[in-house]
Structures are given as structure tokens and as C-alpha cells.
Design a protein around this ligand. Sequence first.
Ligand SMILES: Nc1ncnc2c1ncn2[C@@H]1O[C@H](COP(=O)(O)OP(=O)(O)OP(=O)(O)O)[C@@H](O)[C@H]1O
Ligand SMILES: [Mg+2]
Length: 385
Amino acid sequence: MNQDVVNRLSVMINPQTGKTLKEENRIVEMKQDENGLIFKYKRDGISPESKRIIEKKIIDALDGFVAADKINVLTVSENSNDVFKAKPVGPKAPEAKAEIKTGHGPTGQAKKRVANVKKVIAVSSCKGGVGKSTVTVNLGLALKAQGHKVGFIDADVYGPSLPMLLNHRQTKPSANDNKKILPVEAFGTKFISFGLFVNESDPVIWRGPMLGGVLNQFLFDVDWGELDYLIIDLPPGTGDMQLSMIQATDVDGVVVVSTPQDVAVLDTKKGLQMFNQVKVPVIGMVENMSYFIPEDAPQKKYYIFGQDGVKKAAQDLSVKFLAEIPLEVSVREGSDNGEPYMTNTKNEGKPVWESYQKLASEIDHHFYPEKDKGSSPGFFKKLFS
Ligand SMILES: Nc1ncnc2c1ncn2[C@@H]1O[C@H](COP(=O)(O)OP(=O)(O)OP(=O)(O)O)[C@@H](O)[C@H]1O
Ligand SMILES: [Mg+2]
């Protein structure tokens, strides 16, 4: 069976639990021959509505790989056997009125690389609010300070935060002559966000299947120019956007962010499993909000969310531990004021500053290990900057 098809089917999610059918041991059979594809799963406890969602997602995910009329989704349950024969999909979802086109989720075309972009990195977490967007921005700015060309995609369409973090709440992107969207420039980097296309007060009622269309457009219809790193700030979890991203392009590595407390770490482990299943390389884990050092007592460390939770999880999972980032009030203030921490020279040398420098060096070293050989990191850069 085609490995891409297996990968796509392996990440099908039970909408009621957010877990993959595979994780729930529901998959009974996956088979493909000249007559078509059979995907059989245990249906017990899955509502008709969820079943329909699963069927639709299967068709979408296999678009371009298996013709819709060759897909047979079969279910088994203790009460009944049930057969769903996919019909060719009807008209595509209507385009929304936003200035960007919203296609129909994953295109099903073969994965493409983003032109002129050397490495695509995703910043991910299972739990919300652990600091993905903050890490995305400050990691990118640290990479930029180390001499790299950096762009960001805000893939969180429900709660976009890069316009605020990068101080462009009112900016509206324009297009060039080739109808490509021009990314917005901020602090020597470039970014694009769904938040730039809607008013902050607008409710974002967005259809799940369309999310992939937006991401596709951000990847391929934005004039990124040449970039060393394009960093994708993902929404929390392992949902549609993660799946669309994996289907749309080769992600060169994922950085997983978590706070040290047990619940966050537990969720994080699940997220890592998903990336392993779909064979997206995980660069390593970042522990955010590791501890707090009061400004008036810098010799003290308070482990508010517990100590070393992410470090231990990284060890358990044999994943690299990339950096611990302490809690500092100026991180939050910088975010709220649209003046990112790593752009403010008054933070230079502080623990968070040093952590972001280390994180950026670790990421670059991951991709270009030969660079550091023979010289102390940053020595020549300092000399010539
Ligand atoms: N190291 C830190 N020190 C102090 N505050 C921090 C730190 N990291 C993040 N924060 C603050 O924590 C809050 C959540 O961070 P952020 O928005 O980056 O999380 P997120 O994971 O992207 O959230 P969401 O899941 O909603 O996208 C923000 O107010 C941010 O300023
Ligand atoms: Mg965020």
C-alpha cells in the first residue's frame, strides 16, 4: 500500500476525543488493490455526525491519491455492520468574502517545498497558552540576530497573535504584480497572519476544511523572497491545521513547547507521537516558564510549574532538550506592547535572552552541524558584525 496513503489514514482523528483512530485501536483493516481502497474501523461510540466527519476527512485526505469513488469506508460495531461508499465530492465550499481565497483544505497534490526557503520549522504544543507564539517570535528574532533571514506564518486562524506580538495590528497586506501576497515586514523579519485579513472584533467562523486552504496560500502564494527559516506558529493540539501542514509541505523539523507541569507534559507526549507517526522530524523540546527569578532577589529560583518536567519527558522520549526559558515579566510586557523581548537591548544578557540565543544556536546546529566545527560559535559573526 502507498506509504503516503497509510500515513494519511493513520492520522485520522475521532472528532469526539481528538485522538487518532489508530491510537484508539479502532483500525481493523486498510487495504488497497485494483478495485479500490478499503478502510475499516471500529465504530462503537462514534456518533453519526462524527462518522460523517471521518468519512469526509478521509476523502479530503486522499484527494489526489485515491479517486473518491474508489474509497470504501467500512465500519464494524457490536451492534451492526455499516458500509459507506464514497461518492465523488460535490461542489467545493464557496469562497469566503475575505481578501484571501479560501480553498478546500488539503489539496491532495503531492507535497511541495516552499520556493527559496531553506528550512521550514513548526512550533507546536498540545496544550494552549504554553508560549508557542512567544517562542516562535523570539526564536525567529534570535535567529535573525545570528544572521539568518527569517519569516513567520501564523497558522492559528482562530486566535492569531503575531500581528499583536509584532506590532502590526492595523496593517493590511498588499499583493504584488503577480498577485502574490506580500508578507508584512517587522523587526527585520517577514510574517503573514490570518489576523491581518480580518478585523480583531470579527468573529472568526471558519470551516474546518477551509483551514488547509489558508495555510496552503500562506505557504505558496506569499512572496517570501529568500529565507533561511520559515517558522510556522501552530494552534494548540493535533487537529486540522497540523494535518493540513503535514500534507501540504515537507516540514524540516518541529519544535515542541511545553511548560513543566505534569498535565502539559502528558499532552505533549501525545503530540510527539503524532509527529512520529507521520514521520515529521522533531528537533526537540523547549521548556517554557521553567522557573521565576524575582528581579529583587536574583539568586532565587521559584519552580512555579514544577521542576524539570520537560527535561525528564525529553529524556524518556529520547528527544533532544533544546532550552529552558524562565518566566520573566518583560517577556509578557514585550508581547503585549508589540515590542518583542529579543528586540529590546535592555534585556541583553538576562536569563531568557541567553536561553533564546541558545535555542537559536541549537536549531541552526541541528540543520548545519558542520558550521560550528573549528570555531567558537558566534566568534566570527561578532567579529564582522
Ligand atoms: N517565558 C515567559 N515569561 C513570561 N510570560 C510568558 C513567557 N512565555 C509566554 N508568556 C506569556 O504567556 C502568555 C501565553 O503565551 P503565548 O500566547 O505565546 O502562548 P501560546 O501557546 O501561543 O497560546 P495559544 O495556545 O493561545 O496560541 C502570553 O501572555 C505571553 O506573553
Ligand atoms: Mg499562540
